[in-house]
Write a protein that binds this ligand. Structure first.
Ligand SMILES: C[S@@+](CC[C@H](N)C(=O)[O-])C[C@H]1O[C@@H](n2cnc3c(N)ncnc32)[C@H](O)[C@@H]1O
Length: 352
């Protein structure tokens, strides 16, 4: 049994204009489900979803041909483009309009994350993932803006309790208790908070390249009476001491990095773990275990949604990456409906 550590969200302090803009965007996106049903019927009528899954390239050849004249798909695409283009600028504008009320809630005045980056971020990270204008650190309070405005007012509205999924993943790590956990690509600590609720005796170390996200994660932790360690560094090269952790975990990090970096992240996890320690990564679902419709939808959404590494993450052999890094007992499974998120768990051989 876990308990929630957090109090009411500061998103309540966003002004009426900001809240109604995000209410409008999420209502509009919700209404697309009607058009999505029609697109699915177009694909079915054209036979594009028949037969076994061969490869995503093969599937896309069939689906792209079937949908080349689909007005419904164009409307969905344009609506999503528009909503992604306006989301971060409107969230930033909402923050600026209420800066006096929000900045005190956004600021972290304690010790900053350890700097393992020296102002040189990897090129693949400096990118506007899903339309994040200016990238993950595009504003001095982007961590707060993302978590408290975009996530709370737009995504949570559209997808229900997206934070509950992180709790399910946290509870699925192989042991009932851990003492030292690393959360790679921790962002604003959404998943870290679930780890803290699930393993209350563990000391958490958060790793991310985004300074504003880590700052806000530390602020949220302090609000909940927690003290986390945080390191601003790439997950593939954390600078943390070797063999000191019993769990290295991540939630939706791997689809944000190119495949060679994903391999290095498994190697770094191996280095950080003590013998007998566990790796527990969760990310996007492989296309091969999706229905053909869902595989097409994931791939199309990722393409128009500025997700350059989604396809490679959904087709990479993570078992092979884990085994090449030295892990044993590598296991995979899908957790929620339609096998999302997809979890990879493994053990570093030896005894602690
Ligand atoms: C989709 S967010 C997920 C955040 C968090 N795990 C959560 O539960 O919400 C992905 C995060 O990965 C970070 N990231 C991307 N590539 C990274 C890398 N190579 N090393 C560390 N962090 C990275 C981004 O800065 C971002 O904060």
């Amino acid at each position: 049994v876990t308990h929630s550590l957090e109090e009411k969200s500061p998103s309540a302090a966003v002004d009426l204009r900001g809240r109604s803009e995000f209410g409008f965007i999420s209502a509009l996106r919700g209404e697309l489900s009607f058009l999505r049903t029609q697109v699915r019927e177009q694909l079915e009528r054209a036979g594009a979803l028949d037969g076994p899954f061969v490869s995503i390239e093969h599937l896309r050849t069939l689906t792209d041909a079937a949908l080349q004249d689909s007005r419904e798909l164009s409307v969905i695409g344009e609506t999503l483009h528009w909503s992604r283009a306006v989301t971060t600028p409107r969230a930033v504008a909402a923050f600026e309009r209420s800066r006096d009320a929000l900045e005190p809630l956004a600021t972290w005045e304690g010790p900053p994350p350890l700097d393992g980056i020296n102002d040189s971020v990897p090129g693949y990270w400096d990118y506007e993932f899903h339309g994040t204008t200016g990238g993950w650190d595009g504003h001095e309070h982007m961590g707060f803006i993302h978590f408290e405005i975009v996530y709370q007012l737009l995504l949570a509205n559209a997808y229900g309790d997206i934070f509950a999924t992180r709790g399910v993943v946290a509870a699925e790590a192989p042991s009932d208790s851990y003492s030292r956990i690393v959360d790679l690509g921790a962002g604003t600590g959404q998943y870290s908070m679930k780890l803290a609720e699930t393993y209350p005796d563990a000391q958490l170390t958060l790793v991310d390249i985004s300074e504003t996200s880590l700052n806000y994660a530390l602020r949220r932790a302090a609000n909940a009476g927690l003290r986390w360690d945080a390191v601003r560094a790439p997950a593939e090269s954390t600078g943390l001491a070797s063999g000191e952790f019993d769990l290295v975990t991540s939630f939706i990090l791997l689809h944000e990095v190119p495949p060679p970096v994903a391999g290095k992240i498994f190697e770094e996890a191996y280095r950080l773990l003590q013998p007998g320690g566990h790796l527990h990564f969760s990310d996007v679902t492989p296309y091969r275990v999706r229905s053909r419709y869902q595989a097409w939808l994931d791939d199309w959404d990722a393409e128009i949604g500025n997700e350059p590494w989604w396809r490679s993450a959904a087709t990479l052999d993570l078992v092979e990456l884990a085994e090449s890094a030295g892990f044993v007992d590598v296991q995979q499974r899908g957790l929620g409906s339609d096998s999302y998120p997809w979890v990879t768990t493994a053990t570093k051989p030896g005894r602690a």
